[in-house]
Design a protein around this ligand. Structure first.
Ligand SMILES: Nc1ncnc2c1ncn2[C@@H]1O[C@H](COP(=O)(O)OP(=O)(O)O)[C@@H](O)[C@H]1O
Ligand SMILES: C[C@@](O)(CCOP(=O)(O)O)CC(=O)O
Length: 387
């Protein structure tokens, strides 16, 4: 495990962790403070706000959606899993990331107020970055994007180039106003966020929103191999999808139970129809999280986002459904130490693929050997489970 961010020194340098739950989604509609106050005072259900200078009154509703996702640890198979048919053994961790999306809607359409996306990603030094949504719309219209599916969007070079230019200008304005630090990690996170935002809200008329806020907080040290990026992508995708009603799971005891379920291999503790809906929702969330991971890192196997999204201890092969490892009903206790050695996933994956191209005979044998270690680990876990 490594750590490239100096500010992480207080974050879990040594921790004794258990395999953890998959992403949980929590959505609640709530009225503005003013509306609550008004309701208490008069029993009315609609807040009154002034929307223009002519004293016109309209209604305002604030809606908040949040999602929490765990981190992950790859026990065996890291890097090899990028290659065809090679396995990784990975588990979710109980360190987590939470993303909250909130927006206000008004009955005045289109909104007479300027509409901003306000982004806070404190782990990468972004606080209240203001993105003008009209300008963002122009940036992505310039790219002439027509296919908004997650698989295609992350590889749309015209869109990514256009968004990068737009981001540079937006960051420059925000830096000059002292709210944001310009860092490569922050810029990559913002680019990922904008791609997911555009893709997920593509069929939602955002003109009715007055302001949209996205805020992510995390306990996972970034760049340390504990899946901070996947956790960011899963929580962001889940919160956005929930916010525009593209998934239906809400946080209930059922989701928490499903987490335990995943870890323990017991699938009967929640009603079958609810469980089915959760799995369908998670498949959608996972596709968008993979889109985000691809924007962040380029060539990825998808193991990180999949284990973060579904939880538990699993064997993963690129492009296939994950398989629960049997025999770990009591959970998995791990001692994790933060080495604080710098690493960059994209760069490391590039180094391995460069070597694979240059010396395929040698490197493919190494990859086979890593895959065999995964097989042996699964056998040992199974044995352990029988005791
Ligand atoms: N909480 C977060 N908020 C915003 N971006 C994040 C967050 N966590 C991770 N990221 C993004 O993910 C990158 C780290 O990814 P990576 O090098 O794969 O580390 P890890 O192994 O922890 O996933 C960061 O540089 C940043 O762009
Ligand atoms: C190196 C790799 O196997 C895992 C990436 O995870 P990490 O965030 O570098 O631990 C790449 C991948 O599977 O896509």
């Amino acid at each position: 495990m490594s750590n490239k961010k100096k500010g992480n020194k207080n974050k879990t340098p040594r921790s004794n962790k258990r395999a953890a739950s998959p992403a949980a989604v929590n959505t609640k509609d709530r009225e503005t403070k003013r509306r609550n106050k008004q309701r208490q005072e008069s029993g009315t259900t609609v807040a009154a706000i002034r929307t223009d200078n002519s004293s016109k009154i309209s209604s305002l509703t604030t809606r908040t959606s949040s999602a929490t996702a765990p981190g992950k640890l790859i026990l065996f198979g890291e890097h090899a899993v990028v290659y065809k048919d090679k396995r990784a053994l990975a588990c979710a961790l109980d360190l987590s990331t939470t993303t909250t999306v909130s927006s206000s809607t008004t009955t005045d359409i289109p909104s007479p107020l300027p509409v901003f996306l306000i982004i806070s990603l404190p782990e990468v030094s972004i606080i209240d970055l203001r993105v003008n949504l009209t300008d963002l719309q122009s940036a992505f219209e310039n790219s002439k994007t027509t296919d908004f599916s997650p698989e295609v969007l992350s590889r749309n070079k015209l869109l990514i180039d256009s968004l990068e230019q737009f981001l540079d200008a937006t960051i420059a304005v925000n830096v000059s106003q002292n709210t944001v630090e310009s860092t490569a990690t922050g810029r990559r996170a913002l680019l990922t966020l904008l791609v997911l935002y555009i893709g997920i809200t593509s069929t939602t008329p955002t003109t009715q929103f007055m302001d949209i806020k996205i805020h992510t907080t995390s306990k996972i040290p970034t760049g340390s191999g504990l899946g901070s990026s996947a956790s960011f992508c899963v929580s962001l995708a889940a919160a956005l999808l929930r916010h525009v009603n593209k998934i239906s799971s809400t946080e209930t005891a059922a989701i928490t139970k499903t987490s335990a379920t995943n870890t323990n291999g017991n699938t009967t503790s929640i009603p079958e129809n609810q469980h089915r809906q959760q799995q369908l929702d998670r498949t959608v969330i996972n596709a968008w999280a993979l889109c985000g991971e691809t924007v962040l890192h380029g060539l990825v196997s998808g193991v990180d986002n999949t284990v973060v999204c579904f939880g538990g201890v699993n064997v993963y092969v690129k492009g296939c459904e994950m398989m629960q490892v049997q025999g770990l009903a009591g959970g998995l206790r791990m001692l994790i130490t933060n080495t604080k050695v710098e690493k960059d996933t994209k760069k490391q994956v590039g180094i391995v693929s460069g070597r694979m191209e240059a010396m395929e005979g040698v490197v493919s044998k190494l990859v086979d050997a890593v895959d065999a270690v995964v097989g042996e680990a699964c056998r040992v876990f199974k044995e352990y489970g029988k005791r």
